[in-house]
Design a protein around this ligand. Sequence first.
Ligand code: 4NP
Length: 147
Amino acid sequence: MKILMVCLGNICRSPLAHGVLEHLVKEKNLNWEIDSAGTGNWHIGEKPDGRSIAVAQKYGVDITNQSCRQFDITDFEKYDHILVMDQNNLSDVLSMASSYADFRKVRLFLKNGIVPDPYHDDSQFEPVYIMIEERCLEIIEEFGSNR
Ligand code: 4NP
């Protein structure tokens, strides 16, 4: 199973989803490959935002080895699921899809709703972390049974 997490900057939300799911997958000895990318190009090559690094650290997840990259059309071939954080990410990624097979790999990370962008609000990093962690636990169950 190969899963790609996508947000706008690839420095706040998708690195958390990437790090948390990767951590859970390792704990459960699953042979899944997790990565993340941004639709934007502003932070390519950078580490995640210090506030994402700090909140992940608080919950025992190390995301310091991640490096920001931009989403690319070749990602449609490489991944089984492309999970995006909000509606803008959804339309940006879908606008690059070139087949129904591409299109159907893409969906919102949360089942109902979006993960808000915490970039301009320090107080949002912990609530965002918690919603991401809860959804990652569900994803292990859901995608593990091949849905
Ligand atoms: P992210 O947050 O999409 O969760 O990584 C953002 C980070 C940076 C910017 C926007 C959103 N930015 O405009 O630089």
